[in-house]
Unconditional design. Structure first.
Length: 161
């Protein structure tokens, strides 16, 4: 088999994953929109196991008056409760904005195997402050529906200024 044939096979293999990633990121975007409507910073997350959503969440820091009530933290807790354990080794986290170092630490402790995010956070994202916080075997996919995720955040903060 030629390299070209191999690459085409890889492209065909990646295309269904990309479609799944976009499908689940749209669910996270719906959570982010709900957060924005509630006056929360519009970040949403879903956790998926075997192509099934096991938790959905969005930021609740204002509602709960709790700086740790980020979308990822809420989604992890709900998924662990649903799955019946503290490890989410067969799960993928979809989140609209790159996790902060706190959330990356929780993602690492939960042993989530894959993290997919939309918009990067160049001011508070884990890749700057805690690039090794995730589980060593975790895969990261960045930039899924990036423009939509970024626009949602920008529009929210324009309304605040």
């Amino acid at each position: 088999m030629t390299n070209n044939g191999f690459n085409n096979h890889e492209d065909n293999k990646q295309e269904p994953q990309q479609k799944k990633d976009e499908q689940f990121m749209r669910k996270a975007l719906a959570e982010a929109e709900a957060a924005g409507e509630a006056g929360e910073i519009p970040i949403g997350a879903v956790i998926v196991c075997n192509d099934r959503i096991v938790s959905r969440a969005h930021n609740l820091t204002e509602t709960l008056c709790d700086v740790t009530a980020h979308a990822e933290m809420q989604a992890i807790t709900a998924a662990e409760n649903f799955m019946g354990g503290k490890y989410l080794t067969d799960c993928t986290l979809y989140v609209t904005v790159e996790p902060c170092p706190m959330c990356a630490g929780a993602i690492g402790w939960a042993q989530i195997k894959r993290v997919v995010y939309g918009a990067s956070d160049d001011k508070r994202g884990f890749h700057i402050y805690a690039p090794k916080a995730l589980h060593p075997k975790a895969e990261v996919t960045a930039g899924v529906l990036e423009e939509e995720c970024r626009t949602l955040m920008q529009e929210f903060f324009k309304g605040k200024r």
